[in-house]
Design a protein around this ligand. Sequence first.
Ligand code: HGY
Ligand code: MN
Ligand code: MN
Length: 419
Amino acid sequence: MDLKLITQRVQSDLQYIKEFTATPGSGCTRMPFSQETRYTAEYLKKVMADAGLEVREDCVGNIFGVRPGKDRSLPCIMVGSHYDSVYNGGDYDGIAGVISAVELARLLRDEDAELPCDFVAAAFMDEEGCRFGTGYFGSKCMLGQMTIEECRHYTDKDDISVYDAMKEYGLEPERLSEAAWPEGSIGHYIELHIEQGPVLDAEQTEIGLVDCIVGIQRYLVTICGRSDHAGTTPMDMRQDAVDIAAKVISKIGDMAREEGKGTVATVGYMKVTPSAMNVVAEKVDFSIDIRSSDNEVINRIAEKIRKELDEETGKTGASYSIDSKLTITPVNLNPGMLDIMEESCRKRGYSCRRMPSGAGHDALAIGQTIDTVMLFVPSKDGRSHCPAEYTPYEAFAKGILVLYDLIGQLQPQTGSCEK
Ligand code: HGY
Ligand code: MN
Ligand code: MN
């Protein structure tokens, strides 16, 4: 198999898709159910069809391309990632994993290879959760873990719900349950992704074999104070939502630092109302994203934050509410699949190392119940979720060859299933 040809085909697809952004010149902004995802979806359906796959878009915007295997009743091998992005993100996060799955299909076609079971290339909608503050929407729909009520509940910063955004995009959210795959129909899930961190690049290691993915809890906190005149209201008469939020937020980073073991906690979104220089803030909304490979640590930090909110609002008679946006536990990935990939790297002479993932990925949701593995390729200077995100195209080609070895050696899960 020709590394150069694989590199060229991956490069051509990714360079074409990078144009589908709402912020040209300022990184990739491809929000779920947007015009940018629509353009990308149509392109993905085309390249999947060109790769000889049976292509369909499901009722929530996920796209699947299937290469029939010898026994179609066996659970499939699914390879994929997401095709949405963060605001002003990079050109590789998610989408490079989708194109890598398409390239695997092209290699299977070129080799006229028939796997024992179906091979499925998957492109998931709204993994990031950037627009609605959630995460893993498309993969959770595939797993049958999303409800219409949740679609009505979660809204974006313009108060548009997932439900309404889906309708505007031409989908029928009432058919949500049809997106769920039959229990046992997916035997293995594999995701190639940029590392989005500094480890591989710093060590000059070519392949990351991901053995575990951190758990995540995401919240939107709303502090309700009282708007007052900034000049005439004495300090001891205020219910200043920003003052309260600042006191709580200033402690969150240290809560993660005290726990250590790679624990992180981030406040990435804040909104002040009415947001005027001479008005004491009535309301502050802010996000919290807590991650650790130890679920007890995440719970402990969430509890500490609640205590701080109780204390600081209690001092002034203000109040608060917490909207839980995402709760997902850490997941250990499949050791057998990791061993096969490690052996492939050894044979191909690629340097590799086992490592955890601090980023979530669709593999975090899917790996809760299905044999799953991830392969990382280096991110230059560890940068991601920003326009500076960069990975050489050849790095993807090497990862794809390792995955080609993996899917060729995987024994399908036993037990057929209705499709
Ligand atoms: O936030 C994450 O971990 C991923 O980039 N969705
Ligand atoms: Mn991603
Ligand atoms: Mn991401």
